[in-house]
Design a protein around this ligand. Structure first.
Ligand SMILES: [Zn+2]
Length: 371
């Protein structure tokens, strides 16, 4: 499937007309301007000038209402309010024409992406493949939703995927070791962008023999996991790891505090809508200072550190839950929705404002250490 940026401008323009002409739309050279579908009111008489606060810009295809909505890609608006338009643009009306959703796992060349070799990467939809079965067993054990893991891959480990010189000999690195197939025997979790392309990914070891359980693709800069799909205008959640984030609606994974800070710098929406932002970081002793830092930036905090593993059949029975995935699996107090997410109301019931959260931490762990 093509990247949404590959959708022809003419198709985007037609879609904007289709969706927003009903809101007194006027087309200008580089933008569309119309009455906001959310906060605006259409004038009752022809003689009243409509208040057009909403714009779609033709260079970025960003939608913004200067009264009520942060700038984000208009495709989000289509996805939320005009699903037919959204689907048509993404799946049926791209430059390549008529590619159905059945091809959505076909990987197109993306600048800067790690080039897996033909056959090295197998979609978890290929259920007959033994490596896929191992990966699916891993996902099922963690109760990761099928809809989520079917978008993931397993990287096969095989000598035929090693890099070769033109003369057929193996390519060696500075240490004399063969290169290529670095992610063999790992579950590949792509950081999908809008439209289905991806560059960054997590690679989770499936053998439990590797010292590095998780690896990122180091050849490209870090990205937010699910960053293209975050809605800032309602509560949004920021977790450390991608797998944990799949249990939380409207969430991203940030990797850690250092990366989180750079994402906040890069996207002004984080600061503008910080009162909607809830951090779900690990709350062990080591993480306390990170939590303080994040709350000093104005974000809220979901305190799940008080919950205990109460599943007598699990190894860590009786201990504090260590991450969201463990809580989902082994803490009966964690309320889930029928579709497999942690209940948003449950989260908000245990969420502190920035001020209250800092006070809580100070009471529990003492004032912040001087550095
Ligand atoms: Zn508005």
């Amino acid at each position: 499937m093509a990247d949404f940026r590959d959708i022809p401008n003419s198709d985007m323009e037609a879609a904007v007309h289709e969706a927003f002409d009903q809101y007194e739309l006027v087309e200008e050279f580089n933008s569309f301007n119309f009455v906001c579908p959310y906060c605006g009111e259409l004038p009752k008489s022809k003689f009243v000038k409509p208040e057009r606060k909403a714009y779609v810009y033709k260079d970025t295809w960003n939608f913004v209402c200067y009264k009520c909505r942060p700038a984000h890609n208009v495709m989000w608006e289509f996805q939320e309010s005009y699903p037919d338009i959204f689907r048509r643009l993404l799946f049926y009306n791209t430059v390549n024409g008529g590619k159905g959703p059945q091809e959505r796992h076909k990987r197109v060349y993306v600048e800067g992406a790690y080039q897996f070799k033909d056959g090295e990467l197998v979609s978890l939809e290929e259920e007959n493949d033994p490596d896929v079965q191992t990966a699916i067993a891993f996902c099922k054990k963690r109760q990761i939703r099928e809809k989520v893991y079917k978008q993931w891959f397993v990287c096969k480990k095989d000598k035929r995927f090693l890099d070769k010189n033109p003369d057929g000999t193996l390519k060696l690195n500075a240490y004399g070791l063969p290169t290529g197939n670095e992610y063999g025997n790992r579950l590949i979790i792509p950081y999908y962008r809008f439209g289905g392309s991806w560059v960054q990914f997590d690679a989770r070891d499936l053998t439990n023999k590797s010292k590095m359980r998780y690896r990122n693709y180091a050849g490209a800069k870090r990205e937010l996991y699910n960053g293209d799909f975050l809605h800032f205008n309602k509560p949004f959640f920021m977790l450390e790891g991608a797998i944990d984030s799949t249990f939380i609606k409207n969430s991203v994974a940030v990797g850690g505090l250092k990366h989180f800070k750079s994402f906040v710098e890069a996207d002004p929406n984080f600061k503008e809508y910080k009162e909607n932002g809830v951090i779900i970081f690990d709350a062990d002793e080591a993480g306390i200072d990170d939590l303080r830092t994040v709350m000093n930036m104005g974000f809220k905090w979901f305190d799940w550190s008080k919950f205990r593993n109460d599943n007598p059949n699990s190894i860590d029975y009786g201990g504090k839950v260590k991450d969201i995935n463990e809580a989902v699996l082994n803490c009966s107090e964690f309320k889930m929705t029928p579709d497999g997410y942690v209940d948003p109301e449950f989260i908000m019931a245990h969420t502190y404002s920035a001020e209250a959260g800092i006070m809580m931490l100070n009471m529990k762990y003492g004032a912040p250490r001087k550095r």
